[in-house]
Design a protein around this ligand. Structure first.
Ligand code: BDR
Ligand code: CA
Length: 306
């Protein structure tokens, strides 16, 4: 099997933790590097959370710390969704930090991409700050980036502003750099995140699957991305699902821009489905997901976390 060589850029984050579990235990994936970025909570917490997860999973993947704020904007956070530390609900062992590289995430990404014999896919499941700076500072990396798949944006409504999704709203200028990059870009946004649900009967199954499932179940008790009853939104796992099983999705190629100066809409992704703007497509946008098949895939993937 040829594995997919990837870098994951993340801000754990309870749904990030679940997505990382799936990616790290997937045979089809070779995670070369994990980079952290401020988002759900501050950079120190999200980096610590990443290292805690790797210790828990017993996986030796290098980690590099990235930006602690958006490019231009004031910091916002989502501790109301993920708890004060970003990963409340499970008592993890303290990590010893031996996986933490000294270099900045952007430099670590640069080295990983430039020395990789295989083109690298970047999977972004947090704000896009690190990835945007990588593309600006080291445009030569583009020739060895296979594609960028990220969770973020919305072709409809928002969860951080009326029309804006959190990862894009956190750093809209960074998101614009990604859409303008001319790389293969796939936006796996809220339109599918809202449908990637875990219901109570699934959570119970997850709890008894294995040690990872038990940990995830404990995190779910503190996760406010939906409710246990009406379904928990597995936003970030949808980006991994797209990487591994794109046929779960209905997607279109279209033009997307990011609203930078809206009166009410800053941080919104303008997904021009009807071609009003007469611009060339610059992204693939996931608009729908097969909910039942996603659920089966998701449960199977958590079951494989051993
Ligand atoms: C995104 O924002 C974060 O809170 C989640 O981790 C996910 O990446 C959902 O809008
Ligand atoms: Ca995230």
């Amino acid at each position: 099997m040829t594995k997919k060589h990837i870098i994951i850029d993340t801000d754990p984050g309870i749904d990030d933790a679940v997505a990382l579990a799936i990616a790290l235990y997937s045979e089809e994936v070779d995670v070369k590097l994990i980079t952290t970025v401020a988002g759900n909570v501050g950079l120190e917490y999200v980096t610590d959370n990443t290292l805690k997860l790797l210790k828990f999973f017993d996986k030796e993947i290098p980690v590099a710390k990235g930006f602690d704020s958006p490019l231009l904007r004031e910091l916002i956070d989502a501790s109301n969704v993920h708890g004060k530390t970003g990963m409340e609900g499970y008592d993890f062992e303290e990590p010893d930090n031996h996986l933490l590289l000294e270099e900045h995430a952007v430099n670590a990404m640069y080295k990983t991409i430039m020395t990789s014999p295989e083109p690298i896919t970047i999977v972004g499941i947090g704000p896009l700050t690190n990835i945007a700076v990588l593309l600006k500072l080291y445009p030569e990396t583009k020739s060895n980036i296979k594609e960028i798949i990220f969770m973020g944006g919305s072709a409809s409504r928002g969860n951080s502003g009326v029309m804006s999704e959190f990862n894009i709203n956190f750093d809209p200028e960074a998101a614009k750099i990604i859409f303008d990059s001319k790389l293969l870009v796939t936006m796996v946004g809220m339109d599918v995140g809202l449908k990637a649900l875990v219901f109570p009967e699934d959570s119970k199954k997850i709890k008894d699957m294995n040690k990872v499932g038990h940990m995830i179940y404990s995190l779910f008790s503190k996760y406010r991305g939906g409710s246990m009853k009406t379904g928990l939104k597995m936003y970030d796992s949808t980006a991994i699902a797209y990487l591994l099983k794109p046929d779960l999705f209905e997607a279109v190629e279209t033009f997307v821009d990011v609203e930078l100066n809206g009166k009410y809409t800053t941080g919104a992704t303008i997904v021009d489905l009807k071609g009003y703007l007469k611009k060339e497509s610059n992204a693939t946008v996931c608009l729908d997901i097969n909910q039942n098949e996603f659920k089966d895939w998701f449960l199977e993937k958590i079951n494989d976390c051993k």
